[in-house]
Ligand binder design. Sequence first.
Ligand code: GUN
Length: 329
Amino acid sequence: MWGGPRVGRRSDLAAVGSALKTLRPSGLSPSGRRGPIGDVIDGRRIADEVRADLRPRLDRLRESGTVPGLAAILVGDNPASRLYVRMKGKACEEMGMAHWTLELPVDVAEPKLLGEIRRLNRDPKVHGILVQQPLPSPIRTPEAVAAVDPMKDVDCFHPENVGLVLIGTPRFAPATPAGVVELLVRSGNPPDGKDVVIVGRSNIVGKPLAALLVQKARGANATVTVTHSATRALAEHTRRADILISAAGSPGSITADMVRDGAVVIDVGINRVADPNAKGGFRTVGDVDFDPVRRKARAITPVPGGVGPMTIAMLLSNTVRAAESTASH
Ligand code: GUN
């Protein structure tokens, strides 16, 4: 396992370790079946497992008079951001956790935003703070991220927390990347010793995911390639992957010819595409050409219902951890 977490009793990587003990014999799918098409990894079910693991910790916190609280800051009216923040708040409610959403106008001045972040930093009822991205220009995202108290930075975006992940002593686990790792391990597809290819180098997914997977630890120990917009011959990289993770943010980025037979494919993309037959005229799809890729894959995550629910579960986990650290002081 990684070096001990800085706060809390149990790191998410420890949870990864315990999940390893439940592994099925290699070569068998979670259902024990080996079919001609890949298994669909059920992110909602695995997220439920992660949330179930949090309940006894929430009970202990409640007994000591602490209700973990998450504050979200939403700047502007990006519909996708609004939806994500609403889902995060709903997830808190379902777990009996407190949550607040601070909505600021799209033209809010940066000093006003930073002032609100500092106010939340000082509020003892708030254990976790997230500033939903993307932020509208001219607000500088690095300034906003760095203004969050690192002890309340449940997104794990603050440079101090990013650094701790990189050196293998995480305080918090970055939510989407840690969700991907949990999905892999709990679905019986641990990354250990595998060739993992990540498509996309964002600060939210690609880079921190590479930092997690490369660690010398169970549930990691992968050989990692990060590809990006300047990568030449992308498919030559993706076709080598035992585990292919797409965080490109563009529908149709991963086609069947880019995938090796028997690969595990994790789709982090969440894209809205026009669909006159869908409610609201839009439908949510990932980056991966799902049906043709599934026919080649050993296992694949759907969109929706794959990585998305895991991101929220890991965010809750980080908020519980932040509350535990203040409760123990
Ligand atoms: N935008 C897309 N993903 C995320 C996330 O995990 N956290 C925040 N704060 N913004 C995001």
